[in-house]
Write a new protein. Structure first.
Length: 322
């Protein structure tokens, strides 16, 4: 199903930010001719699978003289169901017009841990304090991203050096970069704890669920996601005993599907205290979701149709390295 509408504009938004016309023009080039396609999400919920793709865009002048991107979004309306030997159901969909991988699978050459946050979740003073803390106290690279929502739940993204997650799962590796990581793994656990506690402390409106995302680029993007109001749950989830489950779950998935993976997202089930594969996207643009992920996505999509939520894209509308 094709849905047309206006995406980003040059208007001053509710966060007192404005996107330049030149930035919109650059975004249109990426939308139409880039190597990756922007995925369509719902209310910037990182735990759901993409519900479609932005397949084209053009710059238009609006009635008030401002400019916007008129976009075509192809929403997935067909899903194939596959059951594996364990009778687990997986839901598969793809665009009929666009076979590019999703934009959030672009690889990054990370040589230092990077932390990313959305300024809207912090006062101006606390945001500046945090950036100073990350860069000077923790010696991290930093990035901000902005989600076009009034005040979304806080999200903290940590992008790790290749090989770090393997070491956290207890694997013995020989690569030079990973040997260095192995020597510092205790420091990395301490650093994660330090970053999280300081960031959560400075968020607006405490006691809201925080989405913690840990990413690492290897042969594909591995993304680990924990949603919780209690940081101790995250700290428990990244201990070696729990992290070993990730490799087991990924191997189970690969025994089921012979696909060229672009991204695997694993989510921590707080009740079961276990990591599970949530969804996978492929280099030819397919998305494969677990039954739980698919059902949550459908529920949110129905609320979207009823006008209770806002559609958005999974790629950030604005990014800035500090």
């Amino acid at each position: 199903m094709i849905v047309k509408g206006i995406g980003a504009t040059t208007h001053l938004d509710k966060h007192n930010c404005r996107i330049a016309k030149e930035a919109l023009e650059s975004a249109i080039k990426d939308i139409n001719k880039g190597m990756y396609a922007i995925g369509v999400g719902i209310e910037h919920d990182s735990s759901i699978m993409p519900i479609g793709k932005v397949v084209s865009g053009q710059l238009v002048e609006l009635d008030d003289g401002e400019y916007g991107i008129e976009i075509e979004q192809e929403l997935f309306d067909e899903y194939r169901i596959f059951s594996n030997k364990a009778n687990e159901k997986w839901y598969i969909s793809e665009s009929k017009r666009d076979s590019r991988p999703f934009a959030d699978t672009q690889t990054e050459n990370i040589k230092n841990i990077k932390v990313s946050i959305d300024p809207v979740n912090f006062s101006k003073k606390n945001y500046e304090i945090l950036m100073d803390f990350y860069e000077k106290d923790c010696l991290l690279d930093t990035e901000c991203f902005m989600r076009k929502s009034v005040i979304p739940d806080p999200e903290i993204i940590l992008t790790l050096v290749t090989g770090t997650i393997a070491v956290m799962t207890g694997k013995k590796v020989t690569e030079k970069v990973t040997e260095q990581v192995a020597d510092d793994i205790v420091k990395i656990y301490e650093l994660i704890r330090k970053i999280v506690l300081e960031t959560v402390k400075r968020c607006k409106e405490g006691n809201r669920p925080v989405t913690y995302i840990i990413r690492e680029n290897n042969s594909y993007l591995l993304e680990l996601l924990v949603v919780t109001e209690k940081p101790d749950i995250l700290f428990d989830a990244v201990q070696e005993e729990k992290m070993r489950q990730i490799e087991i779950e990924i191997e189970k998935f690969l025994d089921t599907f012979d696909v060229n993976i672009a991204k695997i997202q694993c989510i921590y089930d707080v009740e079961k205290q276990k990591w599970l594969v949530n969804y996978v996207s492929t280099n030819d643009g397919k998305v494969i979701g677990s039954e739980k992920c698919y059902k949550k996505t459908v529920v949110l999509a129905k609320r979207l149709e009823a006008g209770m939520l806002n559609a958005g894209n999974e790629d950030t509308l604005y990014k800035k390295d500090s």
